[in-house]
Design a binder for this molecule. Structure first.
Ligand code: SF4
Ligand code: SF4
Ligand code: FES
Length: 362
């Protein structure tokens, strides 16, 4: 992760404007704070800057060639230009080289959080696909036998964000890089399937991939479903960490989950459950009405009034016979937060005990 800047402040010139910066900040961090739109592809602010794509180049007075702003520290008195005709031409040419390697540039946004980054930049710079003819790098593992992650390396641009997020954020080191140049390949140990590697299926590599080369297989089931993708911010209910997520819906269907990069507790990280375990919401076996157990053991559909009356009478009987400490509430991590709150209130206020728990407490 990029180190936190110190409190020491100096001044540099950015496109002719004097800007204060903290000791330790990079030119890119200063430029972004000053609302300059410096393009990036291999950059993820949660990770150590890598300096691979060179799209973030800027001109610094006194330096012979443009420098990568994401890896160059700001220095007092520096004179930086974030844009000029030659810088913009340089960026466009770089982008044209990048897109020439890929089978496609336009990808479905359901592939992942950052999957539109290359498309957006190619549009912004009107980078032509096909200006440079030649080899393609990466070899797809689209048949990789796992239910969560599509590995479509024909779209890989070797930014290594996936490898770095797996190592730096997840601490997992499940994927790595093999070979160089056009033969570069993101791979697992011994090139085995992802499910046979150390991968925990946290999905972070999917969400940071800027081209959609890594894609969310579950979300992609809804790729052809009608309707716009809508995102609704909420908190994952599965455990006590409190990760922020964006639920993706099309119409009234939940089609996927993306981590919130600005979530205070998770900063873009999730575990396999928060990322992929949402099918229960619309599962065909899900109960949609209360059921009351009959004397012969079968269940009969009932109204909420009937069901609540039966439940209340059951609790009354337990209270009368065994006392209030005979009741213990266990709430489900698959229930909404409001239901969890109501459940603890029911036990604490209703029975006067703290005999309440939730699987999310783990
Ligand atoms: S798979 Fe995606 S994140 Fe990984 S190196 Fe390729 S383009 Fe970058
Ligand atoms: S899903 Fe998580 S653990 Fe698996 S390769 Fe991607 S970042 Fe690493
Ligand atoms: S974003 Fe700086 S080199 Fe890629």
């Amino acid at each position: 992760m990029n180190s936190a800047p110190s409190s020491v402040r100096s001044i540099l010139s950015l496109d002719g404007q004097e800007i204060q910066f903290h000791d330790g900040e990079t030119i890119y961090q200063v430029a972004r704070r000053a609302r300059r739109e410096v393009p990036t592809l291999c950059y993820d602010e949660r990770l150590e800057a890598f300096g691979a794509c060179r799209l973030c180049v800027v001109e610094v007075e006194g330096m012979r060639t443009p420098v990568a702003s994401c890896t160059t520290k700001a220095a007092p008195g520096m004179k930086v230009r974030t844009t000029s005709p030659s810088i913009e031409k340089h960026r466009r040419t770089l982008l044209e080289l990048v897109v020439s390697e890929n089978r496609q540039v336009e990808v479905n946004p359901l592939r992942g959080y950052a999957s539109q980054e290359l498309t957006t930049l190619a549009d912004r710079y009107r980078a032509r696909n096909g200006r440079f003819q030649g080899k393609q790098s990466g070899r797809s593992h689209r048949q990789d036998d796992n239910p969560f992650i599509l590995r479509d390396y024909d779209l890989c641009i070797s930014c290594y964000r996936c490898v770095r997020v797996c190592a730096e954020q997840e601490g997992d080191y499940a994927i790595s890089v093999r070979n160089r140049g056009f033969a570069t390949q993101i791979t697992t140990e011994f090139d085995h399937k992802l499910k046979d590697s150390a991968c925990t299926f946290c999905g972070q590599c999917v969400q940071t991939c800027p081209t959609g080369a890594l894609a969310d297989k579950k979300a992609m089931r809804a790729a052809d479903a009608p309707g716009e993708i809508r995102k609704t911010r909420t908190i994952c209910p599965y455990c006590g960490v409190g990760c922020s997520v964006d639920l993706m819906t099309k119409g009234d269907r939940l089609v996927g989950v993306q981590p919130a990069m600005d979530g205070p507790a998770n900063q873009g990280a999730l575990c396999i459950k928060g990322q992929f375990a949402f099918d229960f919401v619309q599962h065909e076996d899900r109960l949609k009405h209360p059921l009351i157990r009959q004397p012969d053991g079968t269940f009969k559909e009932a109204s909420w009034e009937e069901a609540l009356d039966v439940a209340a009478e059951g609790f009354r009987q337990v209270l009368r016979k065994q006392g209030r400490r005979a009741v213990y509430g266990i709430a489900s991590g698959r229930a909404p937060h409001e239901a969890a709150y109501t459940m603890q209130k029911f036990i604490r206020a209703g029975f006067g005990t703290h005999y309440i728990d939730n699987c999310s407490r783990a």
